[in-house]
Design a protein around this ligand. Structure first.
Ligand SMILES: *Cc1c(COP(=O)(O)O)cnc(C)c1O
Length: 425
């Protein structure tokens, strides 16, 4: 969208993303002075002249190069729409990305990006555990198109990943590494820079191996994968970006040339977000930093309480890593804060874990994460139930594990709720 002030007037001091979330990319004079961007609930846009229509299409279909001052004209909401374009401009600010495409779900973002960059016979190397929907897409859907997928355990060294790659017998067809870090629900970290090095080693002159990072758990505030060598960042915007458990959406960010390809496939798969979804996310972004900061602070209180509780065997929380931990240095290098996700083992296995969940009052028993309300669930029988038990054990998901997403409630109320539910165990 058109230019709006994105600096404080002093070019040496650009404004922070949170200061720009209310205005960036929106011009009130184009919308009757409305201070907020309206919902452009329209499928198509009127051209002033036939020549203008022709010119818009030439750009949209890359039939000619864009002029230096030329903007992409509005044509049809499967190609572009003001709510989506302004949202994409604003999302770029957090990750300092050149370009962004928004989708009607996180899965739409992941599947569109993967489909654009893999071909039959290619190999996708992915971290484990990975989001269940992504796992299914890789191992049950893309396989139908001759694409192979092999996982490596989060926390693996470069040598271990190279061994997995060599054992696949398809190293020369490696197309992409798909990472999720921190891993869900164990909070194990994957070294993005190390994976970018592996991608570089296996790239050839006519074939660049890409690194895609699902940044749903810590982004876009607490981890910026593009700065560590990732090519594309993926989001389920359903989680922290949307932040209110009321919308499903996704995003993909990266360089302009890569995003041009992703956007083109989005046009033909029709996986773009709707204007209403775009508008909801614009509203959410205004409080993104407030929410994520509060959730991160609350999570620390909760994690400290759990770590001291006699009925809790183990807490999986990034904020508790110490210098003795093998992942500590990576955490300091790659993450800006521990975020709001905590997993923990309740002494006694599934029956005790269920008793705990059934006694929660303030904290809701539901899957999903990143919302204003705190949520708790049981990965082994819920989000990760379709993973074979021996596989679950291998990646560290126990039957006594609870995953929690911490919200913006008063931390004393959260702790009181946890205390009474643990008392009932
Ligand atoms: C929820 C989630 C997804 C899928 O996103 P949807 O918006 O539900 O399609 C992908 N990755 C992670 C890490 C998620 O938590």
């Amino acid at each position: 969208m058109a230019e709006t002030p994105s600096t404080s007037g002093d070019p040496r001091r650009p404004l922070h993303p949170e200061s720009l979330m209310m205005s960036h990319g929106y011009r009130p004079e184009l919308s009757m002075g409305a201070i907020k961007c309206p919902i452009f609930q329209t499928s198509t846009f009127v051209f002033k002249t036939a020549e203008e229509g022709k010119s818009f299409f030439e750009l949209a279909y890359s039939l000619r190069e864009k002029g230096p001052k030329e903007e992409l004209g509005l044509i049809y909401s499967r190609l572009n729409n003001p709510d989506l374009e302004i949202l994409e401009d604003r999302l770029c600010l957090w990750d300092e990305a050149e370009a962004c495409a928004v989708f009607e779900s996180g899965m739409a973002a992941t599947s569109t990006a993967l489909l654009e960059f893999v071909r039959p016979g290619d190999l996708v190397l992915h971290s484990e555990p990975i989001y269940g929907g992504t796992d299914y897409l890789l191992h049950h859907v893309l396989t139908r198109f001759g694409v192979h997928a092999v996982g490596f355990r989060a926390g693996s060294s470069l040598e271990e990943i190279e061994r997995v790659l060599a054992a696949s017998g398809r190293a020369e067809r490696l197309a992409a590494l798909l990472l999720e870090t921190p891993a869900n629900p164990t909070n194990d970290l994957v070294d993005i820079a190390m994976c970018a090095e592996i991608a570089r080693r296996h790239s050839t002159a006519d074939r660049r191996v890409l690194v895609l990072v699902d940044n749903t758990f810590l982004g876009p505030l607490w981890q910026h994968p593009l700065k560590h060598g990732a090519d594309l960042v993926l989001y389920s915007a359903t989680k922290y970006i949307g932040g209110h458990s009321d919308v499903i959406a996704g995003a993909c960010l990266g360089s302009a040339p890569l995003l041009r390809r992703v956007r083109t496939l989005r046009t033909f798969l029709g996986s773009m977000a709707s204007p209403w979804t775009g508008w909801l996310l614009l509203r959410s972004l205004e409080t993104l930093k407030l929410r994520m900061t509060c959730e991160m602070k609350n999570a620390r209180y909760v994690a400290d309480f759990l770590a001291d509780h006699p009925k809790v065997d183990r807490v999986y929380y990034l904020g508790h890593l110490t210098e003795r931990d093998p992942q500590y240095a990576l955490y300091r290098r790659q993450c800006l804060a521990p975020g709001g996700m905590i997993s923990f083992d309740v002494s006694g296995g599934e029956p005790k874990a269920f008793r705990f969940l059934n006694h929660l009052k303030l904290i809701k028993l539901a899957v999903s994460l990143g919302s204003t309300e705190s949520l708790a669930e049981h990965p082994a029988t819920m989000t990760h139930s379709d993973i074979r038990p021996e596989e679950r054990a291998r990646v560290g998901i126990t039957d006594k594990m609870i995953r929690m997403s911490i919200g913006v409630e008063n931390p004393d109320d959260l702790i009181a709720d946890l205390r009474q539910a643990l008392d009932a165990v």
